[in-house]
Design a protein around this ligand. Structure first.
Ligand code: PLP
Length: 348
């Protein structure tokens, strides 16, 4: 039976977390002289003289309704980068434990592992960018603490087979993190609604992609209340600032507008695929469930440089495993996509 209390590092299980002034006071009051804030105000708006809610309850209450997840199973961080780092710090003993990654995938898991001195066991995806379950089985060791799955995967764009993810969740007794940064563009269903079935599941989502708020830096982790409790214990007390909390709260009221943008971007992605198919420079377009396309060119580096010369920047992934001669291209506005296709077709 999976039990997060057995998996967590000893020093974190025993940690007495920082207790802020706002944590210690419970009840009604209107004179706050407990946190050494500037009682007179600030050069900006009056309320920025006060520390923000360390637990971001208002945002979590809204997210709880949107995602159908209880508030105590939601963690908010400074981008997804923060929960990624906190998962290493809570569950992996530096110099001792290992995690498993499936390259080619999002680079931050490995960087964060390296920062925390955790070694990465790399199990390459298949040529179809799916999990190699046999190779995974033999890669799991007693000191393997976390398996990182990105679905839809960056940079390939496809979703990982749901049955394979469930197989991993059912058979691995460490944490399985499923990074769903691009889930809103996918035909695949999110795993957030299945948290009750999988005590070892952590789902990562973000406001940076479909929600259009990469500049805000708000990432979400959904997991059991026990796992979320450990992340909260270790996070800096005020990890989401007051203006960011206000803006995130406002944005969450605009689901309709966000859904319209998602539909538009998916349509634009389909149009781009059609345009690329016609291009003699394009060798292959990989199936995408995200707001970007991985595209194999006859000469990726030449095309990359040519596009930069035209003021268009895409992501060169040609040196990445299984991505020979590939560029990763974000879906732009219709006008941007038109210019991109024109530029690609004018390459000699
Ligand atoms: C863009 C992206 C994120 C988002 O990171 P933030 O820190 O929330 O902006 C997370 N995971 C993957 C795979 C991504 O591509």
């Amino acid at each position: 039976m999976f039990n997060p209390h057995n998996l967590v590092r000893n020093n974190i299980r025993n940690l007495k977390p920082y207790s802020s002034a706002r944590d210690e006071f419970k009840g009604e009051a209107n004179i706050f002289l407990d946190a050494n804030e500037n009682s007179l105000g600030s050069p900006l708006l009056k309320w920025y003289n006060r520390y923000p809610d360390p637990m971001q309850w208002k945002i979590k209450e809204k997210l709880s309704v949107i995602k159908q997840v209880p508030v105590d199973q939601i963690f908010l961080g400074n981008g997804s980068d923060e929960p990624i780092d906190l998962l290493f710090r809570c569950f992996c003993e530096p110099g001792v434990d290992e995690v498993i990654l499936f390259p080619p995938t999002y680079g931050m898991y490995e960087v964060s592992a390296n920062i925390n001195n955790i070694s990465c066991n790399r199990v390459p995806l298949t040529s179809e960018f799916q999990l190699d379950l046999e190779a995974l089985e033999s890669a799991i060791k007693p000191n393997t603490k976390i398996i990182w799955i990105c679905s839809p995967n960056n940079p390939s764009g496809n979703s990982i087979d749901r049955q394979d993810i469930e197989m991993v969740l059912n058979n691995f007794d460490g944490l399985v993190v499923v990074d769903e940064a691009y889930i809103n563009f996918s035909r695949q269903k999110s795993l957030v609604t299945d948290l009750a079935d999988y005590p070892n599941l952590v789902v990562l989502q973000t406001l940076s992609k479909a929600w259009g708020l990469a500049g805000l830096r708000v990432g979400m982790a959904f997991a059991s209340a026990e796992i979320v409790g450990y992340l909260n214990k270790v996070k800096p007390p005020y990890n989401i600032s007051e203006p960011v909390q206000e803006l995130a709260l406002k944005a969450l009221d605009e689901i309709g507008q966000v859904n319209d943008m998602i539909l538009q971007l998916v349509e634009a992605r389909k149009q781009l695929e059609q345009d690329f198919v016609m291009s003699p420079q394009v060798v292959k377009i990989f199936p995408s469930d995200a707001n970007f396309l991985l595209v194999e060119f006859t000469q990726a580096r030449g095309m990359y440089d040519y596009l930069v010369g035209k003021g268009i920047v895409v992501r060169d992934r040609s040196n990445v495993l299984l991505c020979d001669n590939c560029l990763r291209i974000t879906v732009g506005t219709d006008a941007e996509n038109l210019k991109l296709v024109e530029a690609i077709n004018s390459f000699q």
